[in-house]
Design a protein around this ligand. Structure first.
Ligand SMILES: [Zn+2]
Length: 331
């Protein structure tokens, strides 16, 4: 009598199990910003995860602000002087610290050949956090000696982990955030279970939407010589006043995400408002980070005292992506 009831019962159980497996969604992780700054003002997303499965590289916005095999999101700060002041790296979500490293020196790589010197320690000083349900986040390139958590520590979203640095494979000061689910890289702008490429539905992990800003201004200023990109990452040329006896006055910009054909306009005006130097030039090739300047050499015994101004415009297909003005006082 009892046996006759087993079969339908078993079948029912199997169906129930099968059904629940088929509809179980990936548990999601919600992320806050991993860095204490205001995006677009004193920090910038410079590189996104690479979504191209082959040797090419594409970011989630179908742009080129990534490189082949880049597994995370790079939140950059303007220069090494900002880094020296200290910018906090924060836990993006609650969890338990799994691993840390804290003894790698900070050195900005200036040449691709230097990458062999950081082999095996590409992440530099870093922290890995386990968020449960097979989710992990990793934070890289922290400042030497700044890591302030230990394996086993419980963290909540926003817990300070250390400071932004230049350790490991870093060519500018930033924190690289990698997100993994079941040991697979997840692009936090797209979410888990997404197809490769950039034309894919997006289900971002960010708690509040992060705008896609693949082009922007990092910093601008005035110098008494033509600045090199490397000097800008160093944090040079921040002076608010310059001497009238300087050999020249140069207005410079440090930008990112330049595309071929972008039109750059720079203008330098003296204290009387007269344009003394200008430049109007299209980009001949794309550049991930870029600097452009315009200047005037001292021809008379001294440069005109007073307030000089510089204006920078970046136009793409006739539309101004950047329109920025800055002044400096000459004494
Ligand atoms: Zn990175």
């Amino acid at each position: 009598m009892m046996r006759r009831h087993w079969m339908p019962l078993l079948l029912g159980l199997m169906l129930a199990v099968g059904c629940s497996v088929a509809t179980r969604a990936t548990p999601t992780l919600t992320l806050g910003l991993p860095i204490d700054c205001t995006l677009g003002q004193d920090c910038f997303v410079l590189l996104y995860p690479d979504r191209d499965p082959g040797p090419d590289a594409v970011d989630f916005g179908c742009g080129r602000m990534t490189y082949d095999g880049h597994k995370g999101t790079d939140f950059a700060i303007p220069d090494d002087k900002a880094m020296a002041k200290g910018v906090t790296v924060k836990a993006a979500a609650a969890g338990t610290v799994l691993r840390t490293r804290n003894n790698i020196r900070d050195r900005r790589l200036q040449d691709p050949s230097q990458t062999t010197e950081v082999e095996g320690t590409e992440c530099g000083n870093g922290v890995v956090i386990d968020h449960g349900q097979n989710w992990q986040t990793q934070y890289c390139h922290l400042r030497q000696g700044s890591v302030s958590v230990q394996p086993g520590d419980k963290v909540t979203e926003g817990t300070p982990l250390g400071l932004v640095g230049n350790s490991g494979k870093a060519s500018f000061p930033h924190v690289h955030l990698s997100v993994r689910y079941q040991e697979q890289v997840v692009d936090p702008f797209v979410g888990p279970e997404a197809q490769t490429g950039c034309q894919t539905p997006q289900n971002p992990l960010w708690k509040s939407t992060l705008p896609y800003q693949p082009t922007g201004l990092i910093r601008s200023g005035f110098a008494t010589q033509l600045p090199e990109l490397d000097q800008l990452w160093d944090g040079d040329f921040k002076e608010k006043t310059l001497s009238v006896d300087s050999p020249a006055i140069v207005f410079w910009v440090h930008t990112y995400g330049m595309l071929q054909g972008d039109q750059e306009r720079l203008q330098l005006r003296d204290p009387k408002g007269k344009t003394v130097a200008n430049l109007n030039r299209p980009m001949s090739e794309p550049q991930r980070v870029w600097t452009r300047s315009v200047g005037k050499k001292k021809t008379t015994p001294s440069l005109m005292p007073g307030r000089w101004s510089g204006r920078y415009q970046l136009l793409r297909e006739g539309k101004a992506l950047i329109d920025h003005e800055q002044t400096v006082t000459l004494k």
